[in-house]
Design a protein around this ligand. Structure first.
Ligand SMILES: *[C@@H]1O[C@H](CO)[C@@H](O)[C@H](O)[C@H]1NC(C)=O
Ligand SMILES: *[C@@H]1O[C@H](CO)[C@@H](O)[C@H](O)[C@H]1NC(C)=O
Ligand SMILES: *[C@@H]1O[C@H](CO)[C@@H](O)[C@H](O)[C@H]1NC(C)=O
Ligand SMILES: *[C@@H]1O[C@H](CO)[C@@H](O)[C@H](O)[C@H]1NC(C)=O
Ligand SMILES: *[C@@H]1O[C@H](CO)[C@@H](O)[C@H](O)[C@H]1NC(C)=O
Ligand SMILES: *[C@@H]1O[C@H](CO)[C@@H](O)[C@H](O)[C@H]1NC(C)=O
Length: 350
């Protein structure tokens, strides 16, 4: 009779106190200095508490609980207890010692944290392994000669298998080589260094992926939108210069002869606005000078201001032309009429 009683009783206890995982943390590989994120979700009634525990790979290590702010603040835990429980643990700036087993534990037993009483229902557990691998050293550099720029990356002492690599600039893939296991790789660009500045990335297909950088840094390569700009007297003149080189422009300045003029500056662009253009005062050469960590760069814009009447000239020209034509026709017609009158009697005389 006791067996018959205990089975429904256990089911009832589970229904009231039980909890279960609906999402378990996933095992991952990472490089030193990277970060890792593990996620866990549990259901139960009442809503279970979630804890994180860590056990290192050293044989003498014992399991220790992790809390928000642990390990010199490298550990962050974000938990929500709303309908069910969710918990995410983030570990920043990983070191080799962070390799090990991370365990998500959930329980909703009221005595779960009691020090002397043993809880009716044990903590349920779900584990993930995190393996932290020493970050390989990747040195990137470039050389330029004879209209070519050669970028190279060298991964020293690779302790991981390389399955291929690619070169990227921003989100654009420049070159990809599958199955190439070289640790020294190059990428060649046709053209001058000045035209190809930027942050290039060499990406090795290792597990996890390892990335290196090649920085091509140049002085600002400034270009004017238009080398010569025209404006009408009284209107607002707008002169624009831009530089798309790397590193970005730190400061833009506009000069005219020796005078500084103030302008609206963006990251990679500058705009000089001149209100109420005047022929005498504003016509001339303007310089937009940019500078970044590498040095200065500049471009010249020539501004020409036309008289207000200039816009009317084509119209006045047409009016003048029409007047001349009308006059010619009028004179011609006036001359012809007396001739015809004279012709009559002459003909009759003949
Ligand atoms: C475990 O052993 C290593 C050396 O093998 C030692 O450096 C470390 O401090 C020990 N850790 C603990 C928790 O005893
Ligand atoms: C914590 O989690 C909530 C819900 O998932 C999210 O909205 C919030 O941005 C997270 N906070 C941090 C600091 O990540
Ligand atoms: C990461 O940890 C190393 C030592 O383990 C330290 O020198 C470095 O400053 C840390 N980096 C950050 C961003 O906290
Ligand atoms: C790449 O780096 C390794 C180790 O630092 C060095 O021995 C090797 O000469 C380098 N390779 C090239 C092509 O520079
Ligand atoms: C120039 O800057 C603007 C705004 O900061 C940005 O939208 C644009 O993509 C930039 N262009 C380049 C080529 O960097
Ligand atoms: C601005 O650029 C022009 C043209 O390169 C140069 O002559 C001038 O000295 C520069 N001005 C300043 C203040 O750098």
């Amino acid at each position: 009779p006791q067996g018959l009683f205990s089975l429904p009783c256990a089911v009832m206890i589970w229904a009231v106190w039980g909890s279960g995982f609906i999402k378990s943390p996933l095992s991952q590989r990472r490089l030193t200095q990277d970060s890792v994120e593990l996620h866990c979700e549990a259901v139960g009634n009442p809503i279970p508490e979630i804890q994180w525990w860590f056990e290192g790979n050293e044989p003498n290590e014992t399991s220790a609980q992790l809390w928000d702010g642990a390990w010199q603040d490298r550990v962050k835990i974000n938990a929500t207890y709303n309908l069910h429980s969710t918990s995410t643990i983030y570990i920043a700036n990983l070191t080799n010692d962070d390799s090990g087993t991370y365990e998500c534990r959930a329980s909703n037993d009221p005595d779960r944290n009691h020090l002397s009483k043993s809880p009716k229902v044990k903590w349920i557990r779900s584990q993930a392994n995190v393996l932290v691998i020493e970050r390989p050293v990747i040195t990137g550099q470039y050389t330029s000669s004879a209209g070519k720029v050669i970028l190279s990356c060298n991964m020293s002492a690779p302790h991981v298998a390389i399955k291929g690599h690619k070169w990227m600039l921003g989100d654009k893939t420049l070159k990809a080589e599958e199955g190439n296991s070289d640790s020294f790789i190059t990428y060649t660009i046709e053209g001058k260094v000045e035209e190809h500045s930027g942050v290039y990335e060499c990406i090795y297909e290792t597990n996890p992926v390892a990335k290196g950088n090649v920085l091509i840094e140049v002085k600002p390569q400034v270009v004017a939108y238009k080398k010569s700009e025209h404006g009408n007297e009284g209107d607002t003149g707008v002169l624009t210069c831009k530089s798309l080189s790397y590193p970005p422009v730190q400061s833009w300045d506009w000069y005219r002869s020796d005078q500084t003029v103030s302008a609206v500056n963006g990251d990679n662009k500058t705009e000089l606005r001149i209100l109420k253009l005047s022929i005498e005062q504003d016509t001339g050469d303007y310089y937009c000078n940019a500078s970044n960590a590498e040095g200065p760069g500049s471009a010249t814009v020539n501004l020409r201001v036309r008289s207000r009447l200039a816009a009317l000239w084509p119209f006045l020209g047409i009016v003048a032309e029409v007047l001349v034509l009308v006059t010619i026709i009028f004179i011609y017609e006036k001359r012809r009429k007396p001739d015809e009158v004279l012709d009559g009697p002459v003909q009759s005389e003949l």
